[in-house]
Design a binder for this molecule. Structure first.
Ligand code: GRG
Length: 294
């Protein structure tokens, strides 16, 4: 199967599993279940769950058995987006081309929908004990809890909020991205590897892959933002780099940011050399991320 078809097949596997794991929209109390489903099925790329599955496959694990943990990562990612969009945070009206959760269900319900998704994520991880040893489930729980907390995703969000409207150093920007974006990618890859029974060398290589991949993803995200904004304004790409908030292109310039993204992607793939064809999907995923247009 080629990469695009495999990505579509795994995304469908994840979507179907999410549909099974989430309470149905008509289950009482219906509003919260509708609100949870509204954001989960809003057209996300499913990168984090697919990373869990690809990583487990790379070390010879079972994709089917890893599905609850894969879905848990998507639930946590979606909760963070719902909360990030709230008026107290980014105050966004649209996400994935649709009105944000709080615009449809109100602020209180959006907060609760995010809370419920985060809680369900850990319920799903715990339910994996039926398919894996308790040791592995315990390690995966630790991994995902740490990546989601104040030393991970939430820490990144806090530093981002506190840095708003300030000139920040490259180190602070790196902290923000490593935590806000990188932590969940890293946890996804490591969780898949742990579930699949990775040895120490495999786990180290996959961890390094995930960190370089997260960096490449973030720089690409910054580049897409500039290209999108400037296309809308009819300006040549890169003309407004100095007026942007702190991003890789604004701190390092457009050309250097592109070079950094390419280097991170190359370094990510180099980490996969100890794996055989089972890691082909991870290599292609890196290329997909670095070449994506949204
Ligand atoms: C509120 C705890 C809390 C955290 C919020 C996720 C987040 C932290 C903020 C959203 C803004 C942002 C740009 C975050 C960086 C991570 C990122 C690029 C998210 C988008 O990920 P994609 O492209 O999204 O995988 P889809 O929609 O495809 O799932």
């Amino acid at each position: 199967m080629n990469f695009k078809n495999e990505l579509a097949a795994w995304s469908k596997l994840v979507d179907d599993a999410l549909d099974r794991y989430l309470p149905k929209a008509d289950e009482y109390p219906t509003t919260i279940h509708e609100a949870m489903r509204y954001s989960i099925f809003a057209g996300g790329k499913r990168l984090r769950p697919v990373l869990v599955l690809a990583s487990t496959k790379a070390v010879g694990g079972s994709v089917e058995k890893a599905l609850p943990v894969a879905c848990a990562l998507e639930l946590i990612h979606t909760y963070s987006l719902i909360h990030d969009d709230l008026p107290a945070m980014d105050n966004d009206d649209f996400r994935r081309g649709r009105p944000t959760n709080h615009k449809v269900y109100g602020e209180a319900m959006a907060i609760l929908a995010g809370d419920a998704l985060l809680t369900l994520a850990f319920e799903l991880i715990a339910s994996s004990a039926a398919a894996f040893s308790l040791d592995r489930v315990n390690l995966v729980t630790l991994e995902i809890a740490q990546a989601s907390g104040s030393r991970g995703l939430i820490g990144g969000q806090v530093v981002d909020m506190l840095s708003e409207n300030q000139a920040i150093t490259g180190d602070i920007m790196e902290y923000i991205h490593r935590h806000k974006t990188g932590a969940l990618f890293r946890a996804a890859v490591r969780a898949g590897a742990i579930l699949g029974g990775a040895d120490a060398e495999q786990l180290t290589s996959l961890t390094n892959y995930s960190e370089q991949m997260g960096l490449a993803f973030q720089i690409k995200d910054d580049l897409l933002d500039i290209e999108g904004d400037e296309a809308k304004l009819g300006k040549p790409v890169g003309s407004d780099v100095k007026n942007q908030k702190s991003t890789y292109p604004s701190l390092y310039g457009l050309e250097e940011a592109r070079r950094m993204a390419d280097k991170a992607a190359t370094d990510a793939c180099a980490e996969l050399k100890i794996f055989g064809p089972e890691a082909e999907f991870l290599r292609s995923l890196m290329h997909f991320i670095i070449n994506r247009d949204h």
